[in-house]
Ligand binder design. Structure first.
Ligand code: HEM
Ligand code: HEM
Length: 304
C-alpha cells in the first residue's frame, strides 16, 4: 500500500530510538554495577516514587524512571502511527511496541521480586534487544526513503537474500541470548566465545552475497558497511570485556574498566541485532520475493 511520509512522525520515531538507546545503557549499568537488587520492591522504590538516590539505588531507580519515560514516548508513537499512517501493519507494529514495553516493564519488576531467579534477567535482557530492534524498524518504516518509489532488483541466487538475511539476524540473536546467559550467571562463556566466529562468518556471507548480487545499490552498500563495521567493533569490545574481567579477577568488583567495557559491549550488541533486522527490511523493500515475481508474471505485470 502507498503510504504518505510524515516528517514529524519519523523524527519522533528517531527520538524514541535515541531514548531507548539511553535506556539500554542505564539497564546495562544496573547489571554491571551489580545494583539489580538495590531496590527490593516494585512498582514503587522503597515505597516511594522518589527514593534517596545513593549507591546502587541511583542506578536501579534511574533505570526505572528512564523506562517509564520510554513507556510514555511509545504510547505517543503508537497513537501517532494509528492516527497518521495508512498501513495497517505499521499501526499494529506500533501496538506491538506498546505491548512490548509493558511486558518488559513487568518482566523487570518480576526480575526484582523473584530475586533474579528463573532466567528472568536473561529474558529481560533479550526482550530489551527485541524492543530496540522494533523501534529502529519503526524509524526505518516511517522514513522518507521507505516511502519513495524505488527501483526493484531481481534475486537470481539460492538461498534467497531474504533467507540469508533472516538467518543472519537469528544467529546474532542467539549470540545475544548466550551472552546474556553468561552475564547473568546461567551459562558458561564457551557458547558465546565459540559463537563469535560463527557470527563473523554469517555477517561476511550475508555482506558478500549482498555485494555480489546487488552491486552499486546504495542502500545495500550502507547496510553492508554497517554490519561489517559493527560486528568488528563488537568482537573487539567482547575481547576487551573478557580481558578486563580476567585482569581484575581477584579485585573487588565492580571496577570502572569492567563496567565500561561490558556496558558498551551490551549496547553495541543491541545495535548489531537491530542492524541485522534493518538489513532484512531493506532486502524486503528492494527485492521482490520469488513468489511475488511469479504472481506478477502470471498476471502479465512483469516481462521477465
Ligand atoms: C520498560 C523498558 C525496559 C527496558 C528496555 C529495560 C532494559 C534493560 C536492559 C537492557 C538491562 C540490562 C541487561 C543486561 O545488561 O544484561 C536491564 C536490566 C535490569 N532491569 Fe530493565 N528495562 C526496562 C524496564 C525495567 C523495569 C520497569 C524494571 C523494574 C524493576 C527493570 C529492572 C531491571 C533490573 C533489576 C535489571 C538488572 C538485572 C540483573 O542485573 O540481573 N527494568 N533492563
Ligand atoms: C560476535 C558478536 C558478539 C555479539 C553480538 C555479542 C553480544 C553480547 C551481548 C549482547 C552481551 C550482553 C548480553 C546481555 O544483554 O546481558 C554479551 C556479553 C558478553 N560477551 Fe559478547 N558478543 C559478541 C562477541 C563476543 C566476543 C568475541 C567475546 C570475547 C572473546 C565476548 C565476550 C562477552 C563477555 C565476557 C560478556 C559478559 C560481559 C559481562 O562480564 O557482564 N563477546 N555479548
Amino acid at each position: 500500500m502507498k503510504a504518505t511520509y510524515h516528517s514529524g512522525v519519523h523524527k519522533f520515531a528517531l527520538f524514541v530510538v535515541a531514548w531507548a538507546a539511553l535506556l539500554l545503557c542505564a539497564g546495562a549499568l544496573v547489571t554491571s554495577e551489580d545494583a539489580a537488587l538495590a531496590v527490593p520492591d516494585w512498582p514503587l522504590s522503597y515505597g516511594s516514587l522518589n527514593p534517596p538516590m545513593v549507591g546502587g539505588i541511583a542506578f536501579e531507580h534511574s533505570h526505572r524512571l528512564i523506562a517509564t519515560g520510554l513507556g510514555i514516548l511509545i504510547i505517543i508513537l503508537a497513537a501517532l502511527l494509528w492516527a497518521k499512517d495508512e498501513r495497517r501493519w505499521v499501526k499494529y507494529l506500533g501496538l506491538a511496541a506498546l505491548g512490548g514495553v509493558i511486558f518488559q516493564g513487568v518482566l523487570g519488576g518480576l526480575t526484582v521480586l523473584q530475586l533474579l531467579h528463573y532466567w528472568l534477567p536473561v529474558m529481560h535482557a533479550c526482550t530489551a534487544e527485541i524492543m530496540f530492534a522494533i523501534l529502529v524498524s519503526i524509524a526505518v518504516l516511517t522514513s522518507h526513503w521507505w516511502m519513495e518509489t524505488l527501483p526493484q532488483y531481481e534475486d537470481t541466487g539460492w538461498p534467497s537474500i531474504h533467507s540469508i538475511a533472516i538467518l543472519n539476524a537469528c544467529l546474532i540473536f542467539l549470540q545475544v541470548f548466550v551472552g546474556a546467559g553468561f552475564r547473568h550467571k546461567y551459562m558458561s562463556l564457551k557458547p558465546h566465545v565459540f559463537g563469535a566466529p560463527l557470527i563473523l562468518a554469517a555477517v561476511i556471507w550475508t555482506t558478500a552475497v549482498l555485494r555480489r548480487r546487488f552491486p552499486g545499490v546504495p542502500a545495500m552498500k550502507r547496510v553492508r558497511v554497517l554490519l561489517h563495521s559493527i560486528v568488528g567493533i563488537q568482537i573487539l569490545l567482547g575481547i576487551a570485556a573478557l580481558w578486563t574481567r580476567i585482569q581484575s579477577a581477584s579485585d573487588p568488583q565492580p571496577l570502572p574498566p569492567v563496567v565500561i567495557t561490558t556496558v558498551i559491549h551490551t549496547v553495541v550488541g543491541a545495535t548489531l541485532f537491530a542492524t541485522s533486522i534493518v538489513t532484512v527490511l531493506v532486502c524486503y523493500r528492494l527485492v521482490p520475493r520469488r513468489r511475488e515475481v511469479l504472481l506478477a508474471t502470471v498476471k502479465g505485470e512483469v516481462a521477465a
